[in-house]
Write a protein that binds this ligand. Structure first.
Ligand code: AMP
Length: 401
């Protein structure tokens, strides 16, 4: 069974073709500048097939982009499948499913309507996801499509965790509450940890740290998300590449009044010019920051220090939410690849049984147990694989399991 996984943005579209049973990746790539000029990248994973790197191909619409992807996948010379019939279903990443979706679903007209109703909750993301779905439906009629939501995994959070302390009618009427994101990633790495440790997930208290360009920490008790650091939108929680994370909301009013800014200008600063970039003045990219810090840049050092401190505190708060912690997991770009940041974040948590092993921790981008033998809490590095989760959910829903 082959599943095409689509992650559509407003002018871009990431794709992967994979077999969810064998976990074999056949090809992946990216369409960029859709509706502008069009750049196409294709990375077949089969020996002897040639890749394409940001080549110019006109893609005026998402439908044209999907056609380009399909034509390339079935290309007699460099394709990885013989015909479109070998694509059994399409899995779409959808950012916001609101309270309507606690699981992945087969896309029907009613589901499309419900995803559209979630647009006010994710005005930047859901419209692009919808465009991607419609483009696939147009180009691949009759092929089952499944929506997999970033928010779904967190729908198990109890009201005390998701309620904001503002007048209750803003929740009942407007849906203002904590939703949480990165759900497929938190879900995947927590399940993988249980498999690696050969323990039933139902008995584990797991804290997952998804640390990348966007970051969130999740508390998972018995396999269910019960508390997470992101909120109504992915702006909340930890400081990120360019996002501010949790701040005192009065700062917004202060900036508007004292700098004569509009709300759009302030929100643009908090989304695009804050976080690591804003504090360091160097970059949003952690590799650049680590290099600058090594060269003595004080603000780069401060940005890293601040990020590690806030992540460290969030781990404590996630453990408090579960009255304990058995497993601590690091994933995503920074979590998988930076031993230095992992050590900085995890040290000073020995009071709750977390002890990281300096030598074992020297791994990058692969699964490993990095706690000391006498650490009560197992610390794991697990590369995330959101596309595999989407493909597996899609396969089981499309085949009616
Ligand atoms: P993601 O959003 O998960 O793709 O993560 C992107 C972030 O991971 C960027 O800030 C990268 O700088 C960071 N990253 C990737 N590789 C490394 C590395 N070897 N060391 C430190 N940070 C890394």
């Amino acid at each position: 069974m082959n599943i095409l996984v689509i992650n559509a943005g407003s002018s871009s579209l990431k794709y992967q073709l994979l077999n969810p049973e064998t976990e074999e990746l056949l090809a992946k790539g990216l369409c960029e500048r859709i509706g502008i000029d069009g750049k196409f990248t294709y990375k077949p994973q089969i020996e002897g097939k040639e890749k394409l790197d940001a080549v110019d191909i006109a893609m005026p619409t998402h439908a044209e982009a999907i056609k380009t992807v399909l034509n390339t996948l079935v290309d007699p010379k460099n394709g990885v499948i013989a015909s479109m019939k070998e694509i059994d279903a399409v899995g779409h990443r959808v950012v916001h499913g609101g309270e309507k979706f606690a699981h992945s679903v087969l896309i029907t007209d009613d589901v499309m309507k419900a995803i559209e109703e979630c647009i006010p909750l994710a005005p930047l993301h859901n419209p692009a996801n919808i465009t991607g779905i419609k483009a696939c439906q147009e180009v691949m009629p009759g092929v089952p499509m499944v929506a997999v939501f970033d928010t779904a995994f967190h729908q198990t959070m109890p009201p005390r965790a998701f309620t904001y302390a503002i007048p209750y009618e803003y929740y009942t009427q407007d849906g203002i509450r904590r939703y949480g994101f990165h759900g497929t990633s938190h879900s995947y790495v927590s399940k993988r940890a249980a498999e690696i440790l050969d323990l039933p997930i139902e008995v584990l208290k797991i804290v997952t740290c998804h640390l990348g360009n966007g970051s969130s920490v999740d508390a998972i008790a018995g396999g269910k998300s019960i508390e997470t650091s992101m909120g109504f939108t992915p702006l909340d929680g930890l400081p990120m590449g360019t996002r501010c994370g949790s701040i005192d909301v009065s700062i917004i009013e202060y900036l508007m009044e004292n700098h004569n800014m509009t709300i759009d200008e302030v929100m643009n600063i908090l989304n695009k010019k804050s976080g690591m970039l804003g504090v360091s003045g160097v970059s949003s990219d952690f590799r650049d920051l680590e290099k600058a810090a090594d060269e003595g840049n004080e603000r780069a050092k401060l940005a890293i220090d601040m990020f590690c401190y806030k992540t460290h505190k969030r781990i404590g708060s996630a453990a408090a939410a579960m009255n304990g912690i058995d497993v601590l997991i690091f994933t995503a770009g920074v979590g998988e690849n930076s031993p230095e940041l992992r050590e900085k974040i995890a040290s000073g948590l020995d009071f709750m049984g977390v002890k990281i092993d300096h030598t074992r921790n020297m791994v990058r981008g692969k699964e490993a147990i990095v706690s000391t033998d006498d650490s009560r809490v197992k610390i794991l590095v697990i590369p995330t694989n959101e596309e595999l989760v989407i493909a597996q959910d899609t396969a089981s829903i499309a085949s009616g399991k």
